[in-house]
Design a protein around this ligand. Structure first.
Ligand SMILES: C[S@@+](CC[C@H](N)C(=O)[O-])C[C@H]1O[C@@H](n2cnc3c(N)ncnc32)[C@H](O)[C@@H]1O
Length: 272
C-alpha cells in the first residue's frame, strides 16, 4: 500500500498488533500504569514490593506471551486475563498454587511462568483429549480438588485459583476450611450479567456481596438461544460472605488494549 511501510516488530515484548515501536511503548506504559494502580489498591496484602513486581511483570509477560503453547484458547483465558493472572501471581509470590479448571493447560503454563519454583496442583474433572500444555512438574488431578487432601497449608504463601465454573460461595467455604486465604477467581459476574459465560459459578462473589439481591430471587437469562434460571439462596451465600475480608474485581484491560473483554477475574482475601 503506498505510503505505508510494513516491517516486523523489532521488540519481542511489543504489544501484539501495534507494530509501531513508539506507539506500542505508549500502550505498554498505559497498561503498566493501570495495573500498578490496581495492584496498589487491591493487592496491598501481597509481600512488599508488589507494585514494582507488577510493573516488571508487564514487560516479562509481553515477551513470554508470543511463545505460549496453547495457541487457540477459546473457552479459556485470553490476553487480558492472562496478563492479570501472571501479574497477580508475581505480586503474591505463592509457594503453593492450586488451580481448579485446567482445560487445555494455558493457565497452568501462565502460573508456571509466573512462579517457576512453586508447587502447583492442577484439578479438572475432564481432561480427556484436551491438554495441549502439560506441566512436567505440576501434579495433575482428574477430579475435584475436594477429593485431595491439603494438610498444613501456609495461608500467606498459598494461592487457590478457581476457573472451574463451580458455585463461588462453595469454593470460598472450601478454601477457607482448608487454610487458603488468598484466592483468585475467574467469571465473577454481577447478577445482571449472568449470561456473560456458560454455566456461571452461581452464586458469584458479586452476588454474595450484593446488598440489593434478595434471598429467593429467581434469576432468568438466555445464552446462545437457551434459557436458564437460578434461585438465589441465603443459606448458600451467607456463610461465604462471613469469610470474605476483601474482594476486588480486577479492572478490565480491554478498554485499553481493545482485545477481548475480560471475564471477571477477582482477587479475594479471606478472614483469618
Ligand atoms: C473455563 S475452563 C478453564 C480454562 C482455563 N483455566 C484457561 O483459562 O485456560 C473450565 C474448566 O473447568 C473444568 N471443571 C468443571 N468442573 C470442575 C471441577 N469440579 N473441578 C475442576 N475443574 C472443573 C472443566 O472441565 C473445564 O475444563
Amino acid at each position: 500500500m503506498p505510503g505505508i511501510t510494513v516491517r516486523p516488530s523489532e521488540d519481542d515484548s511489543a504489544m501484539p498488533r501495534m507494530r509501531s515501536p513508539a506507539l506500542a511503548a505508549r500502550l505498554k506504559a498505559e497498561l503498566s500504569a493501570a495495573i500498578v494502580s490496581a495492584v496498589e489498591r487491591y493487592l496491598d496484602f501481597a509481600p512488599p514490593g508488589a507494585a514494582d513486581r507488577a510493573a516488571a511483570a508487564v514487560g516479562e509477560f509481553l515477551a513470554l506471551y508470543p511463545g505460549r503453547p496453547v495457541r487457540d484458547n477459546k473457552g479459556g483465558s485470553g490476553f487480558n486475563d492472562s496478563l492479570w493472572i501472571f501479574v497477580v501471581v508475581r505480586c503474591l509470590q505463592p509457594r503453593l498454587i492450586v488451580e481448579s479448571g485446567v482445560f487445555k493447560g494455558h493457565t497452568t503454563w501462565l502460573l508456571r511462568q509466573a512462579r517457576p519454583d512453586a508447587e502447583i496442583h492442577c484439578f479438572d474433572v475432564n481432561l480427556t483429549g484436551r491438554l495441549v500444555y502439560r506441566d512436567r512438574d505440576a501434579v495433575l488431578h482428574e477430579y475435584d480438588w475436594m477429593e485431595a487432601p491439603f494438610p498444613g497449608v501456609d495461608a500467606q504463601s498459598s494461592l487457590a485459583f478457581f476457573d472451574d465454573h463451580i458455585n463461588q460461595a462453595k469454593r470460598v467455604r472450601e478454601a477457607h476450611e482448608r487454610g487458603f486465604r488468598h484466592l483468585l477467581f475467574d467469571d465473577n459476574f454481577p447478577v445482571y450479567n449472568l449470561y456473560a459465560t456458560g454455566g456461571p459459578p452461581v452464586p458469584t462473589l458479586d452476588m454474595i456481596l450484593d446488598d440489593e439481591l434478595r434471598p429467593g430471587t429467581e434469576v432468568c437469562w438466555t445464552r446462545k438461544g437457551k434459557d436458564y434460571a437460578y434461585t438465589y439462596r441465603e443459606e448458600d451465600a451467607g456463610p461465604a460472605r462471613e469469610l470474605i475480608a476483601r474482594c476486588h474485581a480486577l479492572p478490565d484491560l480491554s478498554p485499553l488494549t481493545r482485545y477481548g473483554t475480560g471475564s471477571g477475574l477477582t482477587v479475594v482475601k479471606l478472614v483469618d
